[in-house]
Design a protein around this ligand. Structure first.
Ligand code: MG
Length: 381
């Protein structure tokens, strides 16, 4: 039945969440039609995707002629707003996903949000834009997805959100001992396989602070009612506490397949034999520990600025993007990431009551300032 087919656009289709979204689409050929695919520079894989899914439109930073495989080239902001589009999956990485995400919300689309920097940059503006556009934001990030699933069907407000954190690649080391760790070491996440930027953000716990900020806006709950707990097994993806003391937890395998599929099929659930299953008997012990915030300077720093109004949180996302790029390219030490982010934020002039464009500009400024600050200090030393 034609009317049951969801028409989909994926932003960042060649990345980790993008390819896993297409895995779900491939598993349910009668349920989805890919209207548009958008990517950055991974042209070989993008061409394979265009050949297989035959979208009507594509957008790329790579070199592909309009008309390739019958698909028309168009700006991502226009593709997501096409009248036939039902759901847009923002699987992009970093601040680059903002303009198309905003365009989708203005056009009243359902936005499956994996690209958390977009909501970190300007959570209140994103929620406001969704409300004005009659759009819906569905979380794909596993922790906010878990909170959302715990809240489904509840009529009472939660009293507390408890976000779980694996602790990242260096969870058993002190910050001071991380001076000489290499990008390869930082890219070895203990439980999840993800893209490079988010894996480094997981090692610094910047990612966890971003999830706190993301949850504050998505679930419209004060920061004071959000906690983070170290949970090494990454099986409980987050928990919600209610006024009567009841705690609801959402459990699942360490697979992005389930949160992606939940957003795509919401509100129904479908069997998918491709996805890993969790067995209660063999999953082993689940442990929960208090997080020692002093071990993770990025976490404290990010929350300090993420709580401020103006363009500070946009600058935070932009500065982190610059610092992670420098680390991945071997230009700075792992332990310099918070120092660089902190220096950029200290130099930031925040704009009160910013527009979306102001937040995009603040993020861009912060990325460039962070990259330039490093180059400058290298020349001086
Ligand atoms: Mg997450």
């Amino acid at each position: 039945m034609e009317r049951n087919i969801k028409k989909l656009v994926i932003l960042g289709s060649t990345g980790s969440v993008g390819t896993q979204t297409l895995d779900i689409v491939r598993a349910f050929p009668d349920c989805f039609e890919v209207i548009g695919l958008c990517n950055g520079f991974n042209t070989p894989l993008f061409k394979v995707q265009l050949d297989e899914f035959k979208p009507k439109y594509f957008s790329t930073l790579g070199d592909i002629e309009s008309g390739y495989g019958g698909a028309k080239a168009a700006p991502a902001e226009e593709i997501v707003a096409m009248p036939e589009v039902d759901i847009v999956v923002a699987a992009t990485v970093g601040c680059v996903g903002m303009p198309a995400s905003i365009s989708a919300l203005k056009a009243g689309k359902t936005l499956g949000l994996a690209n958390k920097e977009v909501i970190v940059m300007s959570g209140n503006l994103l929620i406001e834009t969704a409300r004005e556009g009659g759009a819906t934001i569905l979380p794909i990030d596993s922790e906010p997805s878990a909170i959302w699933q715990c809240l489904e069907g509840e009529v009472s407000e939660p009293s507390r959100l408890i976000i779980t954190a694996s602790g990242g690649a260096f969870r058993d080391r002190t910050w001071a001992s991380l001076d000489d760790v290499t990008p390869d070491q930082a890219l070895k996440h203990p439980t999840w396989t993800m893209g490079a930027k988010i894996t480094i953000d997981s090692a610094t716990l910047m990612n966890k602070a971003f999830e706190v900020i993301e949850s504050r806006w998505l679930f419209e709950i004060p920061f004071e009612q959000i906690d983070v707990t170290i949970h090494r097994q990454s099986i409980v993806h987050s928990m919600v506490e209610f006024a009567d003391g009841t705690l609801k937890a959402q459990l699942g395998p360490t697979s992005m397949g389930q949160p992606i599929q939940h957003a795509l099929f919401y509100p129904s659930r479908k069997p998918n034999s491709d996805l890993p299953k969790l067995d209660a008997v063999t999953m082993g012990s689940l442990t929960f520990e208090e997080m020692d915030q002093s071990l993770y300077p990025c976490f404290e720093l990010a929350l300090e600025y993420g709580k401020r109004s103006g363009t500070y949180s946009a600058a935070l996302a932009g500065a982190d993007e610059g610092a992670v790029e420098l680390f991945l390219n071997g230009k700075i030490k792992f332990t310099q990431i918070p120092d660089l982010v902190s220096e950029t934020l200290a130099a930031h002039t925040s704009i009160a009551d910013p527009s979306i464009d102001d937040t995009i500009e603040a993020a861009r400024w912060a990325t460039e300032t962070t990259l330039a600050r490093h180059n400058h200090s290298t020349i001086l030393s």
